[in-house]
Design a protein. Structure first.
Length: 690
């Protein structure tokens, strides 16, 4: 995969788009935790500009990843506002995450589950996204199995600012502002954003607000010290899945089982980051403190005719820090470097469950929302310490050799306070994650550049605190009459990864068209894989799986701003143990395509079309029922006016009826459940820079 060109400066008319041409020499920091060129990477890397993307302004930052080869979005709310990532055959079903998400290198995933709340990152705040696909545990540790997504904020933007305003179907209103100035002679950056939506489905309203600021306390002479704060709040309803029979009646309805389901979250974070650079040594460090409080009412459907609803009050506090040193020109060939660093974090979880309701659908239709007695309560802690090192050698200008290793140690403790549970539980895990790769620049001429890479490594994903200790009880009609899905004896799942790929850029048609192509092929074998056991109704380490695939991308850029792209991914993820050995893992689309064209029709008018398709996903582990293949076509028109852009976009223009994911009833009834996606949606927006 290759990366788009950098977004245009704020004072110029902006035409960035997800179809922007890629250049191999684009600089990124995420792949190596230090600045390097994409053309020398030993992993599949891309850089996506966000500022000015109309689709991002509507549905959020993840929309920019729809055309990254290998990335698929699972759309739970139907409007693209509550997505989860699926990459290289890894998908946590909304309960956990196999991708590490960062904001300027700081962790964003939820503490208790690892899931990412994308609504809390407004598009107006983000300048670009750096994406590393595949195993990255050698640098980022736990959960970096499917990859790493680093959101690059507009903290380095020039003085000025920008504003985004969007109105769309389902009563969606979205706005955001970003401004940069100086206070007491120091650069100060501020952003604020809000969203309100009535929802595509009944019981699907959403309200969010986010604001933040950062200031350079020290800047200049190779030194920088920046302080930042951010706060966020969101309130959303969950319409839940629909059984197939109900889906045929109305795609916008919500089951009565989920009429009370909702989430309220607020979070505050403060960060301090600094760096200094000498002739041969660079140092960087960061410290982040986050406080988050949430209240969630959630229903678990136990059979098609019976469900259980509980309310959870959750408090999480996290402190995370890192220190990293980079040496260059230390007696090895020119261009070599050595990186040494440590990561550390500690967080606390305070969880209380309250009974709300359980029973058949009739009980839900007539009941009112009343919180009952406390059902389970406790406090958990996780401490993580890690050290990593990476050596990059350049024995010749065209060859880069990279070797790295990371050691992680995780310690967990849970102290229940429920009357029926008295024993504290401890769990400790460690992992060694080595990685080695090489990149060979096989061609470099004025009109063509190309490189090949090969990498091998180990990765791991530790069980989340919820998988280890969550005390939510599930009622049963037989002894022991109640169980929890958590399992304190879980161990990390581990994988061995092999990947090969190529980047190639060429100027064709007499220099009037630039083409950038990329391809990668991978295999990862996972062991001790976390899975849900229907026999015990709990998580256990029984799985072994093999993840194979091919990802390819092509981007064309012509004179005058005309652009086109195409991407394809094959995901072949199969079980390797038990009765399902050789069968595909559920919910993973085997084939995904996306393509698009952006044409400049005049001095200030642009038109674009995006097409995407996914097919080949199974709804169950035994591969008896497939998720229907689905297509989506989006059209847009944009007018550039001075420093702004006015656009109109029609999403799902042909009004396709589809679902991005679903599942079969785990009780064995054979009922299929789906999360329906919205039909045709019209969006009108304005983006303006000053």
């Amino acid at each position: 995969m290759s990366a788009p060109v950098r977004a245009a400066p704020a004072q110029e008319p902006t035409r960035p788009d997800s179809t922007a041409v890629a250049v191999l020499e684009e600089l990124v920091v995420t792949a190596d935790r230090a600045e390097s060129s994409i053309g020398t990477a030993v992993s599949a890397v891309t850089r996506v500009p966000v500022r000015g993307l109309t689709s991002v302004a509507y549905a959020g930052v993840p929309e920019a990843l729809r055309h990254v080869p290998g990335y698929s979005l699972v759309d739970f709310d139907g409007s693209g506002l509550d997505p989860q990532m699926m990459v290289r055959g890894f998908y946590g079903g909304g309960e956990t995450e196999y991708v590490v998400v960062l904001l300027d290198g700081r962790p964003l995933n939820d503490v208790q589950s690892g899931v990412m709340a994308w609504e809390l990152v407004p598009p107006v705040e983000i300048e670009a996204i750096e994406v590393v696909r595949g195993s990255s545990s050698a640098l980022y540790g736990d959960a970096a199995v499917g990859g790493v997504i680093n959101l690059i904020s507009a903290s380095g933007a020039q003085p000025g600012g920008g504003v985004q305003l969007v109105a769309a179907g389902q009563g969606l209103l979205r706005g955001g502002i970003r401004t940069t100035g100086r206070v007491a002679g120091r650069p100060l950056r501020f952003f604020g954003a809000g969203l309100r939506s009535g929802g595509f489905r009944e019981h699907g309203q959403r309200n969010t607000a986010t604001a933040g600021a950062s200031m350079d306390l020290v800047a200049g002479e190779g030194r920088r010290l920046t302080a930042s704060v951010r706060s966020s709040w969101r309130e959303l309803e969950h319409p839940g899945p629909l059984p197939e029979a109900s889906l045929e009646v109305s795609r916008t309805q919500a089951s009565s089982f989920y009429r009370f389901d909702e989430t309220n979250v607020w979070a505050h974070a403060i960060s301090l980051e600094g760096s200094t650079r000498g002739e041969t040594v660079g140092l960087s460090a960061g410290l982040t403190s986050e406080v988050r409080r949430s209240n969630t009412v959630r229903t678990l459907p136990l059979t098609p005719d019976f469900a259980d609803t509980k309310e959870r009050e959750l408090g999480t506090d996290r402190i995370a820090g890192n220190l990293q040193a980079e040496w260059t020109d230390f007696g090895l060939p020119s261009g070599s470097r050595f990186i040494l660093g440590v990561d550390a974090s500690t967080f606390r979880i305070d969880s209380d469950y309250f009974a709300v309701l359980n029973g058949p659908v009739g009980a839900y239709q007539s009941a009112s929302m009343e919180r009952g007695p406390i059902d389970a309560s406790g406090e958990g802690r996780r401490q993580v310490g890690a050290g990593f090192a990476q050596l990059e050698l350049r024995p010749m200008p065209s060859l880069r050799i990279s070797m790295g290793v990371r050691y992680d140690r995780l310690s967990d403790r849970y102290e229940p306070s429920s009357p029926s549970v008295e024993k504290s539980t401890d769990a400790s895990h460690s992992a060694l994650s080595p990685k080695a790769g090489l990149n060979l620049r096989w061609i470099e001429t004025p009109s063509s550049t190309g490189s090949l890479y090969l990498t091998v490594g180990r990765s791991f994903k530790a069980p989340t605190p919820d998988q280890l200790f969550d005390q939510r009880s599930i009622p049963l009609p037989f002894p022991p009459y109640s169980v929890t899905t958590s399992n304190a004896s879980l161990v990390p799942q581990r994988g061995t990864n092999v990947e090969a790929g190529a980047y190639h850029g060429v100027s064709i048609a007499g220099g009037s068209v630039a083409a950038a192509a990329s391809v990668s092929a991978y295999q990862m074998d996972m062991e001790d894989e976390l899975d849900f056991d229907l026999a015990t109704l709990s998580y256990i380490n029984i799985g072994e799986s093999r993840h194979r695939g091919v990802e390819a991308g092509l981007q064309l850029s012509g004179r005058g701003g005309n652009k086109a792209f195409f991407s394809y991914a094959l995901q072949d993820a199969t079980s390797r143990v038990g009765a399902n050995a050789g069968l595909s893992l559920k919910a993973i689309p085997r084939h995904t395509w996306s393509a698009g064209l952006n044409a400049v029709l005049g001095p200030s008018l642009e038109a674009g079309v995006d097409v995407s398709r996914a097919q080949g996903a199974w709804l169950d582990d035994v591969n008896t029922l497939r998720l229907p293949a689905y297509d989506r076509v989006d059209l847009r028109l944009s007018w550039i006016l001075l420093r702004g852009k006015v656009y109109v976009e029609a999403r799902n223009v042909f009004h396709s009826t589809y679902s991005t994911t679903g599942f079969l009833d785990p009780s064995g009834s054979g009922t299929a459940y789906y999360y329906p996606a919205a039909g045709r949606t019209l969006t009108v927006g304005l983006a303006f820079d000053w």
